[in-house]
Design a protein around this ligand. Sequence first.
Ligand code: PSU
Ligand code: MN
Length: 329
Amino acid sequence: MFRFLYLTRKIKSPLARVRCFSCNSDVIKVQNAVKEALLQNKPVLALESTIITHGMPYPDNLQMALSVEKIVHEHCATPATIGMVDGHIITGMGEDMLKRLATHPSPVKLSRRDLAVGCSKQLTGGTTVSATMLLAHKFGIDIFATGGIGGVHLLGQESMDISADLRELGQTPITVVSAGVKSILDIGRTLEYLETEGVTVATFGNTKDFPAFFTRKSGFKSPYCVSGITEAAELIQSHQKLKLGSGMLIAAPIPKEFKASGTKIENSIKLAQQEASSQGIQGKEVTPFILRRVNDITKGESLKSNIQLMLNNAKIGAQIARELKTTRT
Ligand code: PSU
Ligand code: MN
């Protein structure tokens, strides 16, 4: 059905990076377009799939995924959406697989800890930021775009509900472009945790205001900012030269024209949080539950903003991916 290839981890030159052999039975499968781009040292942008399976309802999730792929192509990079189908990790999902994920009645949400279970049980689902980062890095991809990363949940200092995304950013050298952190999370503690993990955080633009997903300012500051694509690529290259081993977060504020009304969103988030706690929602269910409820309460307004910021992040990610390939020394 598909011609799959297997990539190995130890990387020297782009050609040495890729060890190819047909392996339909292997658990990790890289589709041809991504393999070709990696072989030719062309820009590739990794994309996660929990945003498809748990972040948005059908059919908006599929439409968003396809629009993201298109925008990445338009900016001369190859999109590599990563997810799991029947226990196989797929890198570079095509339209048919994206549709399977988008329409699946009960997809699993796979962070780092869930990947082996998904493989052994032949599950189908979306990979979170943490799982996508680690997989993308295995394939030699430098950069990854998402909507929002996970963080320290409110009262996380007691519950210890701290997203695996933060530890992954501390231990996997890949750059993540996101619209900051949602105010369903404790943004201040999330930034503290990122510092503890040694993650370089920079706002994209001429401001250090750290964005809060639906809004351009969270009230917290990033330690750094990058003025645009060139400066972002330079920062990533310095990071790579130093072989720091940790990841980087580029926080891109939602474009002004799509920002959601602050108070409306804040109120809906508060209400959704109260519902989550009174209904005893816990662990990995918390984020999808709140996202769904905020979308219902705002009658789809939050979803529209979510899609637009994702497209913006994909565009920025693709442009940085391209810049990294043109200026690499
Ligand atoms: N935030 C969003 N949409 C999402 C997610 C976060 O606005 O879809 C997903 C991402 O895949 C992220 C994951 O990695 O939720 C974090 O989940 P948790 O809080 O359970 O770690
Ligand atoms: Mn959690």
